[in-house]
Design a protein around this ligand. Structure first.
Ligand SMILES: Cc1cc2nc3c(=O)[nH]c(=O)nc-3n(C[C@H](O)[C@H](O)[C@H](O)COP(=O)(O)O)c2cc1C
Length: 192
């Protein structure tokens, strides 16, 4: 089983990175043969999508060969994706969104009438997020739900089934790996 972790937090010791390290350790403990790769999205070097739409007809990006393209191949070949992003403006980070923009042709096709066609059916994913707004205001103010729905929209358009969501709220008061965050991660690791 190939598991790809996309970590959109630029902070190597931030809450998301600590949660992902714990999740990775849990997965390895439960499933020692799992092949796990971790990509730090903010350190990828790539050009933003120009919207030229050439990828839709020729099946590759005009910037083929850069880091976004290599990461896209890994997304397409993984069995399970862990997509993790801190909440930035009630959404995923810009770098993660740009990575998905660059790989639209791998995730979603189009019928001749423009109807979206999911290209990654059969894969599963978990979404992980963190925000400073404490519960329940992170939900009432659409902070964490904004991240889940924006990432979820892309994954669902690709036909990827979302099997788990992990949210760390109130990180200003409680940063890092708390007991309750560990408990949530242990539950999710069991499903992978
Ligand atoms: C540009 C930017 C925008 C942010 N926007 C929000 C936001 O809309 N809501 C929120 O609760 N926290 C927001 N935050 C705070 C982060 O979500 C919070 O610090 C989170 O715990 C970061 O996780 P990390 O340390 O794992 O990267 C923002 C932070 C940055 C840098």
């Amino acid at each position: 089983m190939k598991i790809l972790i996309l970590n959109a937090s630029p902070k190597p010791l931030g809450t998301i990175s600590q949660m992902l390290k714990f999740l990775e350790d849990e997965i390895r403990r439960k499933n020692p043969s799992a092949e796990i790769e971790n990509i730090r999205v903010s350190s990828l070097k790539f050009s933003a999508c120009t919207g030229c739409m050439k990828c839709r007809s020729c099946g590759k990006c005009v910037f083929a060969g850069d880091d976004a393209d290599v990461a896209g191949e890994k997304i397409a070949s993984a069995d399970f994706l862990v997509v993790a992003s801190p909440c930035w403006w009630g959404n995923m980070t810009g770098s993660l969104k740009s990575l998905f923009d660059r790989n639209v042709f791998r995730l979603m096709g189009e019928s001749k009438h423009g109807i979206p066609l999911a290209l990654l059916k059969g894969k599963e994913a978990a979404i992980v997020t963190a925000c400073t707004t404490p519960f329940p205001f992170n939900v009432i103010c659409r902070q964490s739900p904004g991240v889940f729905s924006s990432i979820g929209e892309i994954l669902k358009s690709a036909g990827i089934k979302i099997t788990a969501k992990i949210c760390a709220s109130g990180t200003k008061q409680k940063p890092g790996l708390t007991m309750s965050r560990k408990r949530k991660i242990v539950k999710v690791a069991k499903k992978i």
